[in-house]
Design a protein around this ligand. Structure first.
Ligand code: SAM
Ligand code: SF4
Length: 329
């Protein structure tokens, strides 16, 4: 098991397949992009499958999410999914994507064994999309969502970040649209993980504000007994259900005490937290002949060092050196 000194057990692995992206969301990357990882530094498809195998067979990982950067830019994605689906025990597999290209790949990904998809979409307005992502691809994202839904990749979740003065007036419209299409919408508070270090706490649209905006048009009731366990999203039934909406208050309502995540970057570093300032290199040992058990033990050691919380409320908080796009969101 991957267990830390606070007794938390990590069963959910986030694998970043690339740090590259075809969008430039303002809360994530600068307009000019970033210095991308060099190809030889990236784990190969074989190395990724081996790492996932170690995680599910030796470390108790049950859920694997492929992310990035933009994971659909990874040429071997479908093959990686297919090989991971053949593992015993078979992990549940999901993908977080901006949706561009999903209209071409959704069926193949489903056939390869992908279980679920989260598509990120922050606005229903093409002009706002252009401002937020600096690219004119709104229609491609909508087409990707429709294809994922048609391919049976459900429940289909949509991730939305609200930015003050840009799209923060859209929360109820986005929820209406998501409910009408059968998508489960999840709002994510903006986190200080942008490469430009432009995040300001005062600018962030908070979970409370999002809920207040939604309540102007919908009746929200906490789902179940409202114990969210390790799930980062607090979920509400919309107008009595069955439609739901989630709010991930990573900054104002942190879920660190129940965190069950472990992360692998595209260049083979294990991170025990999104906000960690340290990481543990597994690529070096992997390439110098370490056995599966040696890799597993290094991974266990990396997770034992997990801190109690993100440190976001500490006045001395420092952003990690890696931006979200290179960690794997
Ligand atoms: N490119 C894919 C996408 O956009 O879905 C996968 C990677 S992206 C880093 C994963 C998620 O992180 C997206 O839903 C994105 O909106 C979110 N994200 C990126 N930067 C963020 C930030 N600074 N605060 C909160 N969420 C962020
Ligand atoms: Fe790309 Fe996702 Fe970052 Fe937007 S949030 S720039 S789509 S990695």
């Amino acid at each position: 098991m991957l267990i830390d000194t606070y007794g938390r057990v990590a069963t959910d692995l986030r694998v970043s397949l690339t740090d590259r992206c075809n969008l430039r969301c303002t809360y994530c990357m600068p307009e000019e992009g970033l210095q991308w990882l060099a190809k030889p530094d990236l784990l190969t498809d074989d190395e990724i499958v081996r790492m996932v195998r170690i995680a599910v067979t030796r470390l108790g990982v049950t859920d694997v999410r492929f992310t990035g950067g933009e994971p659909l830019l990874r040429p071997g994605l479908t093959g990686i999914v297919e090989r991971c689906a053949a593992l015993d025990p078979r992990p549940r597999m999901s993908l977080t994507t901006n949706g561009i290209g999903l209209s071409r790949t959704a069926d193949a990904l489903r056939a390869a064994g992908l279980d679920r998809v989260n598509v990120s979409l922050d606005t229903l307005r093409p002009d706002v999309f252009r401002t937020l992502t600096r690219r004119d691809r709104h229609a491609d994202v909508l087409a990707g969502l429709a294809a994922a839904s048609a391919a049976g990749l459900d429940p289909l979740k949509v991730n939305t970040v609200l930015m003050r003065g840009v799209n923060d007036d859209e929360a109820p419209d986005l929820l209406r649209w998501a409910v009408d299409h059968g998508y489960e919408l999840r709002f994510i508070e903006q986190m200080p993980l942008d490469a430009q270090h432009g995040w300001q706490r005062g600018d962030m649209v908070t979970a409370d504000e999002i809920l207040a905006a939604l309540r102007t048009r919908f009746h929200l009731t906490p789902e179940g007994d409202s114990i969210r366990g390790s799930a980062p999203a607090e979920r509400w039934l919309v107008d009595g259900g069955p439609a739901r909406v989630g709010v991930i208050g990573s900054v104002t309502r942190p879920f660190c005490r129940a965190c069950d995540r472990t992360r692998l970057t595209a260049d083979g570093q294990v991170r025990n937290c999104l906000f960690a300032r340290e990481e543990s290199d597994l690529r070096g040992p992997l390439r110098s002949g370490a056995s599966d058990e040696e890799i597993a033990e290094l991974w266990r050691a990396a997770m034992r060092g997990k801190k109690a919380g993100s440190g976001l409320d500490d006045p001395a908080f420092l952003q990690p050196d890696r931006p979200m796009s290179a960690i794997g969101g």
